[in-house]
Design a binder for this molecule. Structure first.
Ligand SMILES: [Zn+2]
Length: 103
């Protein structure tokens, strides 16, 4: 068994699972529903998409990569107005030249 993706968004994980199901890779979602007891004693567990067979890992990440990159890199990155470098959404200033995001 191997963890593939952890996300608080279980809808997204369900979508990824359906892609793997279609490719006939055995997988399941762990911690999809956490009990209140668990949340109290060890904190909320994030749902994790797991592969049953470790050997499927590369194939699975290849199948999911296009779906992950569209969300992560295109929607959230911003281009620095000064030097045109692309920055992750979490950065408030350009990592390269320190120009603020909104200028
Ligand atoms: Zn810059």
């Amino acid at each position: 068994m191997r963890d593939l993706i952890t996300s608080i968004d279980s809808t997204r994980l369900g979508f990824f699972k359906s892609i793997l199901d279609e490719a006939e890779l055995a997988c399941f979602i762990r911690n999809e529903t956490t009990s209140q007891l668990t949340n109290i004693f060890i904190g909320p567990l994030q749902p994790t998409l797991c592969l049953v067979n470790d050997a499927d890992y590369e194939r699975a990440s290849e199948l999911l990569r296009p779906h992950q990159s569209t969300e992560a890199s295109f929607a959230e990155e911003w281009l620095c107005p000064a030097c045109k470098e692309s920055n992750p959404a979490s950065f408030e200033v350009c990592w390269k030249c320190q120009t603020a995001k909104n200028e």
